[in-house]
Structures are given as structure tokens and as C-alpha cells.
Design a protein around this ligand. Structure first.
Ligand SMILES: [Zn+2]
Length: 163
């Protein structure tokens, strides 16, 4: 089910949520993510992998062999977009921005997370228009989120967050 030109709603929610809500699973995602993700995809010009539960084994094997990724056939990634309350004890912090539908974790295929972060920082004046406020550092995937930050209605500085 198309969410944007480049992303399916399945990539942004778990299999359980998708099976229960279908296209209405977009209710659980901050509306600004749609244009932010699409803008980022168009600027990076690189495939972005979020959840993998809806990928075929062949697709994962190709990403692993061709691009040196390490996607497992099981378990599949399913909590890199919206994380529903039922998963609260399974992974992630209880009040993660993912639980509010305001965060995405992704890999940009073929370039490192650090390179992606550098490019996001360089283009922050564009991304902030679509709500980006925070990226997490020190991890080998890219975490972006749209959390509210006090002060200006538009943040002038991207917040680099480390656990
Ligand atoms: Zn995250």
C-alpha cells in the first residue's frame, strides 16, 4: 500500500498493525513524516530500508550480498517506524518518539550512517521545514525524529542526540 512515491505503509508499521488497519495505519504516523521522508529520499537518491517484515527473502539476500548489509531472514525488522504499545516491553524505551509516530530508523543502502548524518546536517535548512528536529548519533543506523523542541517554532539547530 503506497504511502509516498518511494515508501509503502508496510515499511513504517509492524505486520500486526498493518494487518489490523491496512492503509489506515497512517493514522499512527505524524503527518509531517510523509513529506520529510520523501524529501530525504529524493535528496539522498539512495534506497532507504526501514522495516523489513514485508521484504522477500530474496530481496534481503540481495541487499546482503550486493551491499554488505546484515538483514536477518528471522526475525525481521518491524519496529523502525511506529511502535505500538503492545511492544513496550519487547524493545525500545517506553516513551520513545517511535511510540508517538514521530521517529524513523533507516539504512541508506550503500552509504554509512555517518555519511547520511553528514548529508542531513548539511541540508538541515530544508529538512527542518518539514519538522525534523533530532537525529541520533553513535549508532550504525539513522534515527530521525520530529519531537517538539521548546523555543522557536522552527528549530534553528538540529539536535544531535546520544543515549
Ligand atoms: Zn529510532
Amino acid at each position: 500500500m503506497n504511502y509516498t512515491d518511494h515508501f509503502e505503509i508496510e515499511e513504517l508499521v509492524s505486520k500486526e498493525i498493518y494487518n489490523a488497519y491496512g492503509e489506515k495505519a497512517c493514522w499512527f504516523l505524524d503527518g509531517r513524516l510523509r513529506i520529510l521522508l520523501e524529501t530525504m529520499r529524493n535528496r539522498l537518491k539512495i534506497e532507504m530500508v526501514i522495516n523489513t517484515w514485508n521484504y522477500t527473502s530474496e530481496q534481503l539476500a540481495t541487499l546482503n550480498s550486493k551491499y554488505g548489509m546484515h538483514y536477518a531472514d528471522t526475525p525481521r525488522l518491524s519496529a523502525r517506524g511506529f511502535r505500538e504499545p503492545a511492544t513496550a516491553n519487547a524493545y525500545g524505551v517506553a516513551l520513545s518518539q517511535h511510540r508517538f509516530g514521530r521517529a524513523i530508523d533507516f539504512d541508506a543502502i550503500g552509504i554509512t550512517a555517518d555519511e547520511v548524518r553528514e548529508r542531513i546536517i548539511k541540508d538541515f535548512s530544508i529538512y527542518r521545514i518539514y519538522g525534523l528536529t533530532v537525529i541520533e548519533t553513535g549508532i550504525d543506523w539513522v534515527h530521525i525524529d520530529l519531537r517538539y523542541t521548546p523555543g522557536d517554532s522552527l528549530p534553528t539547530n538540529l539536535i544531535l542526540f546520544t543515549k
